[in-house]
Design a protein. Sequence first.
Length: 302
Amino acid sequence: FSLQRQMSRRVSQKLPGIEQDEGVGARVRRSIGRPEVARLDPFLLLDEFRGSAPAGFPDHPHRGFETVTYVLEGAVRHEDFLGNQGVIRPGDLQWMTAGRGIVHCEMPHGEVECRGLQLWVNLPRTDKMCEPAYQDLRSSDIPSRSQGGVTVRVIAGESLGAKSPVFTRTPTLYLDVTVQPGAKEFTQPVPQDWNAFIFVLSGRAEFGSSGAGGVIGEAHETLLLDRSGPAVRVAPVTGAAAACRFVLIAGRPLGEPVEQWGPFVMCSKAELLQAKEDYRNGRNGFERAPGWASFVVREQAD
């Protein structure tokens, strides 16, 4: 433990959370995928989203990556052109592999404002044209462990002896961590060659090296971590009156070229052009796209 503490990763950059419009009437605080950090291989985007119906994210396509939707408050209703549909509620997770192509919608559901996180994880070139797939976990399916005033929900990867059932084509660690006031320091091992970052949901805590090397992170801030050690250290702020909740996300870099046009992420300009043409012409994974409409469009038409 002491060795990991001495070799904990340092915070290389801290970015404020700035809210912006996205989708139709929805608001997001973008962490990864903003001008200061366009990508953090293998991650393409992390949004903290919020909104109430009729705002949201109506029918749109994806190819070449995965979307990970984690609901914090309210609920999200989704539907795709393969017939998959359902409602994601607080604490629930949807890990969607878009692969060769999917068209879907994601909309706030019910009377309570919806709030959650959506992470985009790039797929390696060998998996970009795989068949679409879903991994849906109810809140009760996500392992949780507590130790020394720290509670960890293991969305992907492993922590405190608990392992998530989620299969990650791109090796990923995704933890939802709550540090209570007066808690003991928490140290999470992370492979040294993986990229890692933290997004603070509420409260404040100290991240990175102990002593002068620690950085205070506060609500809605993004903290990028360097590769100076094999672990991430977190400690409560002295005198804090409230808990700090954050997500720690890390992944093994793919080291492949990235060509992106909105919801299509490929490895070359030719592949990107092909994705656009396939979607426009309804082929190579988008055969069901022409003429398909989700409940959002259908209800508006009635």
